[in-house]
Write a protein that binds this ligand. Structure first.
Ligand SMILES: [Zn+2]
Length: 441
């Protein structure tokens, strides 16, 4: 239960595609945490005793949705020594001890709160170390702590030596093992399933490794069948053309990162009989890639293999994203937060990169981050717009986000499921912010 209130006289952007700014709106929130009314102030009758917040001069947007996040790390660059399999193995074992698990849960809570205070009211995680996000989701949903709506994937599905393995993956080289791993995650409470369809940038061992097909199509199909049977959507990390196509054919619902789209892939995004809903979406992640390409590898300590792979992946990802925009493919937005340079206070930076790198207008970007992402994640009846009956997930801003997405960097209030966080305090990493600021010139 939350205390009912109304925000009055505010300029509202509802999350719809038209990008209209509605002057002088009123949005009221009920004790059930839902939006009870939303519209022009002159048309909304409020009970006289209802507490009112004056929104004059401010802007209201739906809570942001981050469709691709990791919460076990904070975005400080991971040195290339972590891709050394021996070191990775040691770290993984340490994270599965009781102190390791406690540390991960603490970090997960902190990182989820940093995103919430930055205006992100819903987060889908797509690769966790173990069950730490499922655990924190339980604490939030029971009301023990205030936090964003979490859709945890648990560890992702990978092959031996594949992307994410062993740190954040369950390994299955045969379809039946991949299926059993999926069932294990679902039993523990996962609300998303993630596959590593191809190699990735962060743990590639040689140039060209990122984007190379990894999990066989038959295994991906087994994962999709199992998840879809439980009504759960499947996301696939896919950074190469063939890997994207194989994942789509297997029935994956969202392609993460992406690559140049082959004609067959474009068709499958629109009409994918093996997916849960008959269509699939693309979720590019720009912020996770740009710094690796633009920053000096001597300074970042990330190594030249990472930089070279990132360069290839970025070119492909931007081409795929532009194709998706032109072909009207469902698009989602995610930051890949937790990986090097994608900090949890940086959601606005992902939005900020879109009009700089792609032919797309800010209104479409804001729509994608709210109502668009809600639909991609199957939450269109839950959140993503300023509409009565939806969860009161709201962000109050000092300036118009369509003028500059930097307006989202410091919300003056965040509301999640009707609970107000006034003047949220955001835990930032100033030296990374200073570096990321150089991408904006
Ligand atoms: Zn990721």
């Amino acid at each position: 239960m939350s205390a009912p209130f109304a925000i009055v006289g505010i300029d509202a952007l509802t999350g719809e595609r038209d990008g209209a700014v509605h002057r002088d709106w009123t949005v009221s929130v009920g004790a059930d945490g839902l939006i009870s009314s939303a519209g022009p102030s002159a048309q909304i009758d409020l009970p006289p005793t209802l507490p009112r917040i004056d929104g004059a001069g401010k802007f209201l947007v739906p809570g942001m949705i981050n469709a691709h996040a990791h919460l076990f790390a904070d975005g400080r660059p991971l040195s290339s020594i972590y891709t050394n399999p021996r070191i990775a193995g040691h770290l993984t074992r340490a994270m599965h001890t009781p102190p390791g698990r406690a540390l991960l849960r603490r970090r997960t809570r902190q990182n989820a709160l940093t995103q919430l205070h930055s205006g992100v009211t819903t987060i889908r995680t797509v690769g966790d170390t173990a069950d730490e996000v499922i655990h924190v989701r339980g604490q939030i949903d029971s009301g023990e702590i205030t936090g964003p709506r979490l859709l945890p994937a648990g560890p992702l599905m990978a092959i031996t030596g594949g992307h994410g393995a062993p740190q954040i993956a369950l390994i299955g080289d045969e379809p039946e093992t991949a299926r059993a791993n999926t069932r294990r995650n679902l039993r523990r409470g996962a609300q998303a399933i993630k596959i590593a369809a191809t190699g990735g940038v962060t743990d590639a061992l040689d140039v060209g490794h990122a984007g190379r097909p990894e999990m066989p199509e038959a295994s991906m199909r087994a994962v999709c069948e199992e998840a879809h049977g439980a009504g759960v959507l499947v996301a696939a990390h896919a950074q190469g053309r063939e890997g994207v196509l194989a994942a789509l054919r297997a029935g994956v619902d969202t392609i993460e990162h992406g690559a140049t789209l082959l004609p067959e892939s474009i068709e499958l995004f629109h009409d994918n009989p093996a997916s849960l809903r008959g269509w699939s979406a693309l979720v590019p992640t720009l912020l996770a890639c740009i710094p690796l390409v633009r920053f000096d590898p001597q300074v970042t300590g990330l190594g030249e293999v990472v930089q070279e792979n990132a360069r290839m992946v970025l070119d492909e990802m931007l081409t795929g994203a532009q194709q998706a925009i032109e072909h009207g493919i469902a698009l989602g937005i995610g930051t890949d937060s937790g990986v090097s340079y994608s900090t949890h206070s940086s959601f606005w930076r992902e939005l900020d990169l879109y009009p700089r790198l792609l032919d797309v207008d800010p209104a479409a970007v804001l729509h994608t981050a709210t109502a668009g992402n809600a639909s991609v994640l199957g939450l269109e009846g839950v959140t993503g717009r300023l509409a009565p009956g939806l969860s009161a997930d709201l962000v109050v801003l000092e300036s118009d986000p369509l003028e500059s997405f930097e307006a989202l960097a410091e919300p003056s209030m965040v509301v999640v499921r009707g609970e107000r966080i006034v003047r949220p305090e955001i835990r930032r990493i100033p030296d990374i912010d200073a570096q990321l600021d150089t991408l904006r010139v």
